[in-house]
Design a protein around this ligand. Sequence first.
Ligand code: IPM
Ligand code: MG
Length: 365
Amino acid sequence: MTSFTILALGGDGIGPEVVACGLKLSDAVASQAQIRLHIQEDLLHGAAWQAYGTFCRDETVRAAQAADAVLVGAVGGPQWDGIRVAGGPEMQDGLMRLRKALDTYAGLRPARAWPALTALTPYKSTLLTGADVMVLRELTGGAFFSEPRGHDLRAGKRYAFDTTAYDESEIARIAHVGFSLARSRRGTLVSADKANVMESGMLWRQIVSEVGRDYPDVTLLHLYADNVVYQLARRPADFDVILGDNLFGDILSDQAGAIAGSLGMLPSACLHGLPQGRERRPGIFEAVHGSAPDIAGKGIANPYGTLLSVALMFEYAFGQPLEARRIEAAVATALEGGWRTPDIGGHHSTVAVTDAVIAAYRVIG
Ligand code: IPM
Ligand code: MG
């Protein structure tokens, strides 16, 4: 029997609650798919800070590197926002450290319209028909990691600065992922940049075009990032894969949440590229939503983002795309059956929604 190791990191706020549900679904899928799962658990970000005085321990990084997949809940909370730690941006945030250590440069953030949730979106249903977008975000470079960065006093004023820098190989590798994803979907890649005003944007555009020569079957469109935000708001169904750097991808993936009815519905996979044959490096699977400290511990957090992240984990970490499609179908069934947490207009608990998805999965599988 094939076996895989999951490092489960609940993190902060509602994170541990949704990760527990993700593991429950993983167990159900694994037993159906004849897979053995080994689960390890650890603390991340604020929870790690409280226990160990660091946002992510070296032990946690090593366990992540040795695992097949890392399932993350959510990180952050106002009590940890102002803490400054030496050692660069990755030491400021547990998730950022893991992304850097695992070199998960490709952030896959799919968002689709769920017919059962159309009324929760700002869209007319006609605009959402067939909307199914994959935001591909560069995750380990750009504005969130480039040096120099810092804060000091200049001419007696508090001063802070960041840098957006990419070298051509960082752009090329994420572009390859974008074209490959587009090829496996509907064949269109929109690349978002600010080549009109940013040097890094000009290089981004040039390298994406160069990589595109290897994918003549994919239609490539360069758009300015501000225009992508506008067009995505106006006509979401026209987009297939949207490629953006770390900052633009962060913004665009939250915006894509509007298509799904709520940010709480969005899953993500952070990968060291797409798996090639049998070679796999550990990926991080996490819902895009935050830690929602205001509802932590109440049992009403929306688990769908995590359950859909489990689908991505079965697809990309365990090589089981069929199970991923079954999980997604089970989510659609549960939504149509009215299983909703309060944030998406229902009255069900996190656990009740999860159990409904598992029951639907068992029927489908
Ligand atoms: C996300 C989040 C993170 C990010 C934060 C928590 C560092 O917004 O995953 O989109 O900006 O990458
Ligand atoms: Mg974000």
